[in-house]
Design a protein around this ligand. Structure first.
Ligand code: DX5
Ligand code: ZN
Length: 215
């Protein structure tokens, strides 16, 4: 099981302070949300931010692109030092091509599905991906409530993964805490993204440890 803190909820006036705590806690990956104010009704992080993260830490950078027409943006994030680029199946009619593009850029490939999207939509993409991101809230904001029905979607994806012998990771994002995280792990997820649960509490270390024991 991997815990992946989402920097959207970090202390933006002192990101380095929060990153140092994560590094002390042996966190290896962070989640960087990219929002364009179009695919989702909010704005977040830029290629420059990713570049500075890449230059100042060895953390694995999982960039979650919530942008329309991601084909215009993937090279920016690849050049900025993203290690994995996740794009939404709902974000372009040419999703298969974008996944190929990410692979050609030498990066790990992720596909994300919104709560309202069925797994049928990503069936033919599964052979191409290193990670499937099941959104457990509607994307755009931190601190939203976990949509419980999504655990059934995780179970369905876990079954598909076994049936076709795929080896992608199953990541969940949105409303993850010690309780919802446990349900996701039981359903077959192996990467928990958590933003407000980790950063909005006083003690980041304590929150990480509460997720660690779920393993
Ligand atoms: C939401 C983002 C998430 C966000 C999760 O659209 O994709 O990564 O940071 O925040 P929490 O964990 O607070 O729901
Ligand atoms: Zn995210």
């Amino acid at each position: 099981m991997i815990i992946e803190p989402s920097l959207l909820s970090a202390n933006l006036l002192n990101v380095k302070h929060d990153l140092n705590i994560l590094l002390n806690e042996q966190i290896k990956r962070v989640h960087v949300d990219i929002m364009d104010g179009n695919f989702v009704p909010n704005l977040a992080f830029t290629p420059e931010f990713v570049k500075q993260l890449d230059e100042s830490t060895n953390l694995f950078l999982d960039c979650h692109l919530m942008v329309k027409d991601p084909e215009k943006w993937v090279s920016f994030f690849a050049n900025s030092g993203a290690d994995l680029i996740t794009v939404h199946v709902e974000s372009t009619p040419h999703i298969h091509r974008v996944l190929q593009q990410i692979k050609e850029l030498g990066k790990k490939v992720g596909i994300a599905v919104n709560p309202g999207t069925s797994l049928q939509a990503i069936l033919w993409l599964l052979p191409l991906v290193d990670q499937v991101l099941i959104m457990t809230v509607n994307p755009g904001f931190g601190g939203q409530k976990f949509i419980f029905e999504m655990t059934d979607k995780i179970v369905e994806l876990t079954q598909l993964k076994k049936r076709f012998n795929y080896d992608f990771d199953i990541e969940v994002d949105g409303g993850i805490n010690d309780k919802t995280g446990k349900s996701c792990l039981d359903a077959g997820a192996n990467i928990l993204v958590a933003g407000s649960y980790i950063f909005s509490a006083r003690n980041i270390t304590e929150q990480i440890n509460k997720l660690r024991v779920l393993n």
